[in-house]
Design a protein around this ligand. Structure first.
Ligand SMILES: Nc1nc2c(ncn2[C@@H]2O[C@H](COP(=O)(O)OP(=O)(O)OP(=O)(O)O)[C@@H](O)[C@H]2O)c(=O)[nH]1
Ligand SMILES: [Mg+2]
Ligand SMILES: [Zn+2]
Length: 381
């Protein structure tokens, strides 16, 4: 949404530049066309917008909205909507220009997005994301138009070719799924995802899946390190059902997103948690030991025991966003007691002399492998 520096809540106005309608790229799929039959101007809802200028390529409008606190204390404008015509809902999945929105009474609508929202958005591609809470205007029993996206909390995202990519919004748990074999365990990827969880203030659950493929004792050291840091660790097998009950108790009544490499068994775990889901799973190809991205878009799945489970496509690597190098050390929670012991206030804990973190590693107080992970992330690997 339109971001601003305004300090304080209340009414506000935002000037926005609008593309002229003939430039709109918004002509896909029948559902959009059917909206146009009902309402040929779906992108420009009347009422709170006034056309206040004319240009050959664009024009400006004054949008009346409310300034609200958004992510990390920034303020954004949430447009006013006609509440007599709109109902609240939650976005289950976004497929192209169409979002699947579920209402409180469990009716699912296929929704287009009002063009105003696209204009206010700082990044075109993520006007609406899975997990968003929205206000939408139904046009019939199964289609509607999203008029407003509420400010997000608990956003999981990553960088894709230098751009911010929101995977899912409004979650309160990140289940970091790793497989102990096939594909091989990658502890550095766990650390990377832990940093993402710490940065977005979402509680992580570390899930070691496919425990049936190894001797659990082989995992004690690694799991012990995470356990000592206060992270909750789960040994799981989607195949045998091992550990699943404990995970079920953890995700009930919560919004939990399952992330991890392709083929680690995210969809399989969701099927084990709720066998009625029957999500598609795929065989990991033997030659590459890589999955083939069976799941293609983040999807919220209402959980019978309350809350939502979010299945996501596998990630190959996770480029962090919004983490500046100086911040990284504080996202490794065990470094925090030592960063004040460095001789240089701007110590990066990599090459400097008299570094509190390196001293802690040498003294065995910080795990060496975790420190290596930090160095990899710091160098931008
Ligand atoms: N042995 C064993 N195999 C498992 C287990 N969990 C999943 N698998 C297998 O691992 C493969 C991949 O599982 P998926 O659930 O599709 O993996 P995913 O993480 O959802 O993969 P993407 O959707 O591509 O990201 C399938 O062949 C599953 O049968 C497990 O606990 N033990
Ligand atoms: Mg999957
Ligand atoms: Zn240092």
């Amino acid at each position: 949404m339109g971001k601003g520096k305004r300090k304080g809540k209340g009414k506000g106005k935002l000037r926005a530049t609008f593309r002229k309608k003939h430039e709109s790229k918004q002509r896909v799929r029948d559902v959009t066309r059917s909206f146009r039959e009902h309402d040929p101007d779906i992108d420009e809802a009347p009422g709170s917008e006034r056309v206040s200028g004319k240009g050959s390529l664009s024009r400006k409008k004054t949008v009346v909205g409310t300034w609200v606190e958004g992510e990390e204390g920034s303020f954004e404008v949430v447009p006013e909507v006609d509440s007599t015509r709109c109902i609240p809902g939650r976005v289950l999945a976004v497929r192209g220009l169409i979002s699947e929105v579920v209402t409180d009474d469990n009716t699912v609508y296929e929704c287009a997005t009002r063009r105003l929202l696209k204009t206010l958005a700082t990044d075109d591609r993520h006007v609406v994301v899975a997990g968003d809470r929205v206000m939408f205007r139904p046009v019939n029993e199964r289609e509607g138009v999203i008029e407003r996206v509420e400010p997000r909390r608990g956003v999981l995202g990553r960088m894709v070719r230098g751009r911010r990519h929101v995977i899912v919004a409004n979650v309160d748990r990140i289940a970091i799924v790793a497989s102990v074999a096939q594909p091989a365990l990658k502890p550095n990827l766990i650390d990377r995802l832990l940093v993402a969880a710490e940065a977005s203030n979402i509680e992580p659950l570390i899930c070691f899946n496919k425990i049936d493929l190894i001797e659990p004792a082989e995992l004690q050291t690694l799991a012990g390190v995470y356990g000592q840091l206060g992270y909750r660790v789960f040994f799981l097998s989607a195949t045998t059902g091992f550990g699943i009950q404990r995970l079920v108790a953890e995700v009930a009544h919560r919004q939990t997103v399952f992330v991890g490499q392709s083929g680690v068994g995210k969809s399989s775990l969701l099927n084990a948690i709720d066998p009625s889901l029957r999500l598609r799973v795929a065989h990991v190809s033997r030659s590459t030991e890589k999955g083939r991205h069976t799941t293609t878009t983040a999807t919220l799945i209402p959980f019978a025991r309350g809350g939502y489970l979010v299945d996501t496509p596998g990630i190959r690597q996770m480029q962090l966003w919004d983490v500046i190098p100086e911040e990284l050390a504080t996202l490794f929670r065990e470094f925090r007691p030592y960063v004040n012991h460095c001789r240089f206030p701007d110590c990066t804990h990599t090459h400097e002399l008299d570094c509190g973190v390196k001293a802690a590693v040498a003294a065995g107080k910080v795990d060496l492998r975790r420190y290596d992970s930090y160095c990899h992330l710091f160098s931008g690997d």
